[in-house]
Design a binder for this molecule. Structure first.
Ligand code: GTP
Length: 159
């Protein structure tokens, strides 16, 4: 397990095993790749981040990941792999756990509504080169994404 404070000062614990915490994941974070580019979106106040959100009643984590990616980017997933999960002890919101997935996107449908986001945003090259940019969301800047990318690479999921 990896433990650190996020940019809000909240304790975050990251693990690359399922059911690592006593609390079940109720949120998903989906690292998306489309045609050798990263597929992201822009959250209305947090900024650029990978798609994700809360699971809805009766949904599995994977179903939530598929829905959130489609809602926020129009991306259709061809392959999705569980990577790990992290627990955020948010001082105001409370403690919650997010499951991390890696998804390959086969198609991006154009839509009229991307819920609260700005829709799909494709980024070429090393995503880590962009993370210090002001437009990027704080949750992209901590060890969760960097360690997850290392894990994805070690699983030989990147082509
Ligand atoms: P949306 O529902 O996505 O529009 O955002 P929200 O801020 O209303 O709720 P959310 O459940 O996304 O976030 C609740 C709190 O947890 C906020 O303080 C967020 O900044 C924080 N938070 C959400 N996701 C993450 C994350 O992946 N990492 C960290 N460190 N904090 C997060």
């Amino acid at each position: 397990m990896i433990s650190f404070k996020d940019l809000n000062g909240n304790q975050v614990t990251l693990a690359f095993v399922s059911q690592a915490f006593s609390m079940k994941p109720k949120h998903v974070f989906v690292i998306c790749k489309y045609q050798n580019k990263w597929l992201l979106t822009k959250h209305p106040y947090r900024g650029i981040e990978f798609p994700g959100g809360k699971i809805e009643k009766g949904e599995t984590l994977r179903e939530a990941a598929v829905r959130e990616v489609y809602e926020e980017t129009g991306g259709l997933i061809s392959n999705i792999v569980y990577i790990g999960e992290y627990c955020v002890e948010d001082k105001q919101y409370g403690t919650f756990v997010k499951a991390i997935f890696y998804a390959e996107i086969e198609k991006i449908n154009e839509k009229n509504n991307y819920y609260e986001t700005d829709g799909p945003l494709l980024v070429n090259g090393d995503i880590c080169d962009h993370l210090n940019d002001r437009e990027y969301s704080f949750l992209m800047k901590d060890q969760v994404l960097k360690e997850s990318l290392k894990r994805i690479e070690s699983m030989q999921l990147l082509n």
